[in-house]
Design a protein around this ligand. Sequence first.
Ligand SMILES: Nc1ncnc2c1ncn2[C@@H]1O[C@H](COP(=O)(O)OP(=O)(O)OP(=O)(O)O)[C@@H](O)[C@H]1O
Ligand SMILES: [Mg+2]
Length: 235
Amino acid sequence: MSLRVRELVAGYRRGTVLHGVDLDVGPGQAVALLGRNGAGKSTLVMTVMGLLRARSGSVRVDGHELAGARPHRMARAGCAVVPQGRRLWAPLTVGEHLELAARQGRRRGGSWTVERIVEALPRLGERRRQAAGRLSGGEQQMLAIARALLTNPRLVLLDEPSEGLAPAVAEQVAEVVTSMLADGVAVLLVEQDLYLAFSVADQVAVMQRGRIVHRASTPEFRRDPGTAHRLLGVS
Ligand SMILES: Nc1ncnc2c1ncn2[C@@H]1O[C@H](COP(=O)(O)OP(=O)(O)OP(=O)(O)O)[C@@H](O)[C@H]1O
Ligand SMILES: [Mg+2]
């Protein structure tokens, strides 16, 4: 599946945050969306998914115009999001969360099953009977990721998936995302951990004050630390 965003404008009551975003993610492609805190990365993710209303501009998924579509319609179109911070239903167990998502996923067909996700993220298997509200932060993040994947999406928006994860678990998540790419899924990955972003993404897009100000292939970007330093403040 492909995502094509053009001149997307969105924001909150207090003001506009996205000032005309242009972004493409092709099938089987992972684009790392980088940028300083407050640049508008999460706002872009939320707007693409329909969790925040676009004021203007275009969001095309496989050529279909979906700007302004509600989240359930985006989900039906094959899009899934792992929002920044975790959104679980605290009283449900891990197993129940996984089963609910898998039910949706089976309707769509696709290769992700509860067994496969538990194999990729074994900690979730160990915690299967635990209420989601009693999980550690990192475990909740894993569950949020697993749930999104079990719906067998064709486009996934991951907003800082490694936040709160131990490095070894972040590595497992990176492997899961990489295997999705091989299935032709399109991935937009917001990630502070550049090492992780580079290990997964083939393209890098840098956002600054609500616009994409730089695009490069990952190898190109890595060869150009001056630009990374200027745009992200990292060395
Ligand atoms: N719910 C909200 N209501 C009002 N303003 C918001 C809301 N969420 C974010 N903002 C504002 O929008 C701007 C962009 O925030 P956003 O969360 O999109 O940035 P970000 O790039 O994801 O940052 P971070 O790297 O810290 O996650 C910021 O100025 C922020 O204060
Ligand atoms: Mg954010």
